[in-house]
Design a protein around this ligand. Structure first.
Ligand SMILES: [Fe+2]
Ligand SMILES: [Fe+2]
Length: 165
């Protein structure tokens, strides 16, 4: 725990740690949803979809790393068990039970839109209180916005292809 680093946080650190742990749980669930989706995906443009899902999985795991580092910097403890991911999550987990690419992409767009909301509100809460968390949330938000756009572009291509067929 960084003493001065924690001292300059102008808000309730416990409340902040709770927000961070909720986002941390989201990132693990998003990671697993993408990772598993990439394994089971079936259907048109499968290769392109798998490449995107794998890339996003890597990013979500990196986000989990960033958020956990901030939690530890603030003297907190990252969520200790996968059971607690479920209790803490904002965005939930959509199992890729239907492996059809269109369904997978749609599920993940929903997840990205939720994540965008989570980091946007984290930025609002920390704007004047905690520039370090604010900056982290901004970096992650930029990735999530890119993820949403990547998936929506893929969805468009899949729709076009299916309409032509
Ligand atoms: Fe993420
Ligand atoms: Fe994402």
């Amino acid at each position: 725990m960084g003493t001065k680093g924690r001292e300059i946080v102008g808000m309730d650190v416990k409340k902040l740690l709770n927000l961070l742990n909720k986002a941390f749980a989201d990132e693990w669930l998003a990671y697993y949803q993408y990772w598993l989706g990439a394994k089971v995906a079936k259907g048109p443009m499968k290769e392109a979809v798998i490449a995107e899902l794998v890339q996003h999985a890597t990013d979500e795991l990196r986000h989990a790393d960033m958020v956990s580092n901030r939690i530890i910097q603030l003297g907190g403890m990252p969520v200790m068990t996968p059971q607690d991911w479920y209790k803490m999550t904002n965005c939930g987990y959509d199992a890729p039970e239907d492996p059809e690419v269109g369904t997978l992409v749609k599920q993940n767009i929903k997840g990205e839109q939720c994540a965008i909301g989570v980091y946007k509100s984290m930025m609002e809460v920390t704007k004047d209180a905690d520039p370090v968390t604010y900056n982290m949330a901004l970096q992650i938000l930029q990735d999530e916005v890119e993820h949403e756009e990547d998936l929506e572009a893929l969805q468009e291509d899949i729709d076009l292809m299916l309409r032509r067929a």
